[in-house]
Design a protein around this ligand. Structure first.
Ligand code: DC
Length: 249
């Protein structure tokens, strides 16, 4: 007679972790982060969208001078009037960014905002305000957040940290195609210049410069398809969850 062995496995409820994805602009990190969040049922937050929303607010409220410099003192006085939130778009199934109750998802992706966002995101009081909001959003874990300082400043204890990179040309090409698909008139050279300029400012600013956290995994995705990136990230997530459960037992 066949013997049936009942193996009683110790059951580990899937514990939610925090996933920090940092990297250069247009490195494809947002696409990766969004897809992963959807697949594993986590909240997704695009922290860059928050810096873009503050920039848009500044543009719409006369907070840039005639030389296109940000009026930092004025912005600091108004920082508490800026309310940023995210709401799931039922058509795209992705979160749209809202600024003071208005959907600004398209506006914040324009070149006009891209050109002004780096100096705004270099301001200490802006970072302080947004980092506090981001930490609040991640309090219960089960979150994927992408940006520049998520693994270093916002969630230094994240169980999984990824640092994404690709050449400036590859990234400019991606942004070019993205904007063209949206019907925006843009030149490739202008975008490449903007990408390089933002890399420089992001890496060299005094507060929370873009850098890879010591415990972040590096992914150069220049040669990888979206499907390959997705698979790589899923593997890393599974490893991180297992390690986390083992460490707790
Ligand atoms: O990822 P993105 O291109 O949408 O980001 C827009 C700008 O915001 C980028 O120039 C750098 C800044 N940023 C930041 O300083 N810190 C973050 N966590 C996210 C974005």
């Amino acid at each position: 007679m066949e013997q049936i062995h009942h193996i009683t496995k110790k059951h580990h409820p899937m514990k939610k972790i925090t996933i920090a994805i940092d990297g250069f602009s247009s490195s494809g990190k947002s696409t990766m982060a969004k897809d992963l969040a959807k697949e594993i049922g986590y909240i997704y937050i695009d922290s860059g969208a928050m810096y873009r929303a503050v920039t848009l607010y500044s543009m719409e409220n006369g907070l840039f001078d005639e030389n296109n410099r940000i009026k930092a003192e004025e912005l600091e006085k108004q920082i508490n009037n800026i309310h940023i939130s995210f709401q799931l778009n039922p058509n795209t199934l992705r979160p749209d960014t809202y600024l003071n109750g208005v959907n600004v998802e398209n506006k914040i992706r324009s070149m006009a905002v891209s050109e002004k966002v780096s100096p705004v995101s270099a301001l200490g009081f802006v970072r302080e305000a947004l980092v506090a909001q981001q930490q609040k959003m991640g309090k219960a874990k089960g979150i994927v957040m992408d940006g520049r300082d998520i693994g270093t400043v916002v969630f230094p204890d994240a169980e999984l940290k990824i640092f994404v990179t690709a050449s400036p040309e590859t990234r400019a090409q991606r942004r070019y195609e993205e904007l063209k698909a949206k019907g925006q008139e843009v030149s490739f050279d202008e975008i490449l210049e903007n990408v390089k300029q933002r890399d420089y400012i992001d890496q060299n600013r005094e507060i929370a410069p873009l850098r890879q956290a010591a415990d972040a995994l590096l992914l150069d995705n220049g040669e990888l398809s979206i499907a390959q990136q997705k698979e790589w990230l899923m593997n890393q997530y599974q490893k991180a969850v297992c390690t986390d459960s083992n460490e707790r037992n």
